[in-house]
Design a protein around this ligand. Sequence first.
Ligand SMILES: Cc1cc2nc3c(=O)[nH]c(=O)nc-3n(C[C@H](O)[C@H](O)[C@H](O)COP(=O)(O)O)c2cc1C
Length: 158
Amino acid sequence: MAKGIVIYYSRSGNTKEMAEIVAGAMNEAGLATECKSVEKVKAEDLLKYDAIVVGSPTYYGSMAGPIKQLFDDAVSYHGRLDGKTGMAFSSAANIGGGNETTIMGIIEGMLISGMVVQGDPEGDHYGPVSIGKPDDRVKRQCVRRGRRIAELTQKLAG
Ligand SMILES: Cc1cc2nc3c(=O)[nH]c(=O)nc-3n(C[C@H](O)[C@H](O)[C@H](O)COP(=O)(O)O)c2cc1C
């Protein structure tokens, strides 16, 4: 059976809250999904999952160091994430504060790994973004995106 993981880094809880909502929606859509802080994930763990979702606060318009470290460590398994599905989300302090560049940085790492990343023509296009604590709009985006990656992953898993 296909499995997913939502990996996040969070100091003040905003990204963690988004992660829990995304993981909840993935589980509700039928994809057994764990939700873990990046400190509890090793690069080799990534091999076990069909869907890998990564959430980071926006730090200087980019992903936080521990998330980047996970990607850097994953070079030991380069090529073995090929064909898995991916999705990214971010929390920032400000509109225009770089949350979409943060998401794109994560997606770049996923694409270089051969992962399949689905955009969204109607919701937040690159991935859910929050300004500070997730409000109702952000929560809806997290649910929508969690459901979409669960459905895509199950479709690909056949
Ligand atoms: C080191 C550092 C760098 C940050 N850089 C940015 C930034 O470039 N743009 C922005 O809008 N917010 C920035 N922030 C604010 C965080 O992205 C924001 O508070 C976020 O919601 C924190 O998420 P968390 O609650 O999951 O830790 C920065 C915060 C820290 C600690």
